[in-house]
Ligand binder design. Structure first.
Ligand code: HEC
Length: 109
């Protein structure tokens, strides 16, 4: 067998094993934003975000200085406008959470 054919077969097996791994992982755990992502998912997500972000946007810096006052204002803004769905700690365990999010995402309530 030619070396190139062997390489194609090995790569094909690796891709197939990866697909089986992903299939089993998704079948067992499904998709959830609440679970801590696996290291593989974290790795892939970080790289996907990096690829999707324009180079000049990656260089941007927060124009607002981080001070005790600005952080207190940010926490107050979060509590007023975001926590009803995302919860105070961002964990998603909020009053409006499950039904609201299902509705917003277009699922049946
Ligand atoms: C009415 C409910 C609701 C409120 C209020 C709300 N969000 Fe969201 N937020 C959502 C939903 C629904 C999603 C999409 C979740 C998904 O697609 O998995 C989302 C997604 C996000 C995401 C993307 C998260 C990710 O992992 O991709 C960010 C960031 C976010 N919200 C920030 C905020 C901030 C900041 C505020 C307040 C200024 C806020 N949200 C207020 C419902 C809400």
């Amino acid at each position: 067998m030619r070396t190139r054919t062997k390489a194609v077969i090995v790569i094909g097996i690796i891709v197939l094993l990866g697909a089986v791994y992903l299939g089993v992982a998704i079948a067992r755990h499904g998709f959830s934003a609440r679970e801590k992502p696996s290291r593989l998912e974290e790795f892939l997500a970080r790289h996907a975000r990096k690829i999707a972000t324009p180079a000049d946007a990656r260089e941007l810096k927060n124009p607002f200085p981080v001070t005790a006052q600005s952080m207190a204002a940010a926490r107050a803004h979060w509590a007023d406008h975001c926590a009803s769905c995302h919860a105070l700690d961002g964990g998603g365990n909020a009053v409006r959470n499950a039904d609201t999010l299902r509705h917003l995402l277009g699922g049946s309530a």
